[in-house]
Ligand binder design. Structure first.
Ligand code: R5P
Length: 298
């Protein structure tokens, strides 16, 4: 088995290779003068299982393109199986035609992967209107969740004397599933806000099942933190309700535009992300769960 990466997620790829005592062989990816992609494997692939570790951020378009080219090339060079480990799987949010004429990007992305990789392993994919990855993927898929790792992090983070003062908030209905799971594992209450998305850039929050917030340490958990608006609105709401502190935890820290400043201004004292996307805010390592999965492939 060989571990490679198209540039994103190199940290996880190297860690996986070292823990599994496998070769890490990075790909050479460049462009021809006209912009066409140039891609080269730097190790023998014949008869090997090839694991491509690649999150779809930064550069979601090129990430997808690189994976498709890499996977097809690996097969062409004799690899017996190509496994894509995409800690963050992009394109999942466009899961319907919101306006007539729009591309349902998640389906196109899945079709491209169905036609190039043999198996997909990912973390907390954004499943909203789809019930399961099977709705769009024909290849075998493994859907991992960072929830147990997030719960462990929260338990370690809060000193015993404050323990159980926390409230876990999911900023919208979709996030309630994991807010609730994490709260159960930590042994505290969870609540959910209703998010009204006024546009891609504007959201408003309302608490649906109110729980006492005054004097509490609020932890807002979400799968994706992109522009930071969803978290910022939830943080403002929590602060207004008297939260003593507000921490935000995201599985996938995309963190574009002024996301950090916006969340900070709204009262988020600490931001924590998993390393599904490499960011300075990474404090939760998902590699141990990937190791368990890849050991099954050896
Ligand atoms: C949306 O349904 C997701 O679960 C996140 O809440 C959303 O992607 C966050 O985006 P932003 O940070 O731009 O508000």
């Amino acid at each position: 088995m060989i571990i490679t990466s198209c540039g994103n997620s190199e940290g996880i790829a190297k860690k996986l290779a070292s823990e599994l005592k496998l070769k890490y062989s990075p790909l050479t990816i460049a462009s021809f003068p006209d912009g066409d992609i140039y891609l080269k494997f730097n190790t023998e692939l014949k008869g090997q299982k090839v694991v491509i570790v690649q999150s779809f951020f930064p550069h979601p378009d090129m990430s997808l393109f690189d994976v498709v080219f890499a996977a097809k090339t690996a097969k062409d060079l004799g690899a017996k199986k190509v496994i894509l480990v995409a800690p963050y799987l992009g394109y999942m949010r466009q899961d319907k035609r919101f306006h007539s004429g729009e591309c349902i990007s998640s389906r196109v992305m899945a079709d491209l992967l169905n036609g190039s990789v043999d198996k997909l392993i990912t973390f907390d994919p954004h499943l909203h209107r789809y019930k399961s990855l099977k709705d769009i993927f024909t290849i075998p898929t493994v859907r991992l969740t960072a929830n147990p790792l997030i719960a462990e992090f929260i338990k370690k983070q809060f000193p015993a004397k404050y323990f159980k003062n926390e409230v876990i908030i999911g900023p919208d209905w979709e996030s309630y599933q994991w807010a609730n799971d994490i709260a159960k594992a930590v042994g505290v209450k969870a609540t959910v806000l209703e998010k009204k998305r006024l546009s891609s850039w504007h959201v408003q929050e309302r608490m649906i099942n109110p729980v006492p917030i005054r004097g509490r340490d609020v932890i807002i958990v979400d799968d994706i933190i992109s522009t930071g608006r969803t978290i910022a609105e939830a943080a403002k709401k929590a602060k207004k309700m008297g939260a003593r502190s507000v921490m935000a935890i995201g599985v996938h820290g995309i963190l574009i535009e002024d996301a950090l400043a916006k969340m900070h201004k709204a009262g988020v004292g600490k931001l924590v992300t998993t390393n599904c996307i490499e960011q300075p805010s990474n404090k939760i390592d998902v590699t141990p769960l990937l190791l368990q999965e890849l050991k099954k492939e050896r």
